[in-house]
Write a protein that binds this ligand. Structure first.
Ligand code: SF4
Length: 251
């Protein structure tokens, strides 16, 4: 026992400093391309062609990136004549434009809820990547318990329904059942490009265009997969303890 104490004292605190300060350690985020970049028509069209998921739109001399479809493949920053700048942050969570808008107003969660929230995670057909990033939130580095976030196995005790995956035919009904079993107030957080838009899987013969096809989404966390800090930011936005990503409607 004493050896563990001494070892712990030697090691010091290893947990991330986020959200007290921005985390700047290397490797904690893959980043995203700049959302809006002015450029000439010929370069813009080339970027549209190079993007494998249709995330880049070019209009009136501006290349716009839809973060709901971006999978950080880096082609737009490496494989074109006029490449996009790369942003290295991770505070990507935003309010869903067509959700219930529960947390948008001042009348969101009662204060007592904000420091202790329970999360029901549903895998709605994800490839395993987003789910793995969610699992990291429990490790000593991200340690979401220190911020009052806990994963619960039952929807009856959950405040937040966190969904990963594009929602395929086999998961539609179980997802709806989990949502219906949750007490109110409750909100839905879609995590990852597939949950936001269908990503590389949808729309297809077995999936639609993400969680919004089935449930009212409140918070969206882009990325494929989003790093744990982006998901943590989403939870803090859901709890009303952090603002969402600015300029979210500029999709
Ligand atoms: S990183 Fe890849 S998916 Fe994202 S906008 Fe660039 S080319 Fe498209």
């Amino acid at each position: 026992m004493s050896r563990w104490v001494i070892s712990g004292l030697r090691q010091g605190v290893v947990t991330t400093c986020y959200p007290t300060r921005m985390e700047t350690a290397k490797g904690t985020s893959p980043g995203l391309p700049a959302r809006l970049t002015p450029m000439a028509d010929e370069f813009g069209q080339e970027l549209v062609d190079v993007c494998p998921t249709g995330a880049i739109h070019f209009e009136r001399g501006e290349a716009r990136v839809d973060y709901g479809r971006c999978i950080h493949c880096f082609r737009c920053s490496r494989s074109a004549r006029y490449v996009l700048e790369w942003e290295s942050g991770f505070e990507w969570a935003r309010f869903a434009s067509d959700g219930s808008n529960f947390v948008k107003g001042a009348a969101s969660w009662p204060k007592a809820f904000r420091k202790s929230m329970h999360i029901r995670v549903v895998d709605a057909g994800d490839c395993g990547a987003c789910l793995n990033e969610v699992k990291q939130l429990n490790n000593p580095y991200y340690n979401m318990h220190r911020l009052g976030f806990f994963i619960t196995p039952t929807p009856r005790k959950a405040d937040i329904l966190l969904v990963v995956g594009p929602v395929n035919d086999h998961t539609r009904l179980p997802l709806q059942a989990a949502y219906d079993a949750m007490p109110t107030p409750k909100l839905v957080m879609a995590v990852g490009a597939c949950a936001l838009s269908g990503g590389v899987f949808g729309p297809s013969f077995v999936t639609g265009t993400g969680v919004k096809d089935v449930l009212p989404v409140d918070i969206e966390v882009p990325g494929s997969p989003p790093p744990p800090l982006a998901i943590l930011h989403g939870l803090l936005v859901a709890a009303g303890r952090k603002p969402p990503m600015p300029g979210q409607d500029g999709r």
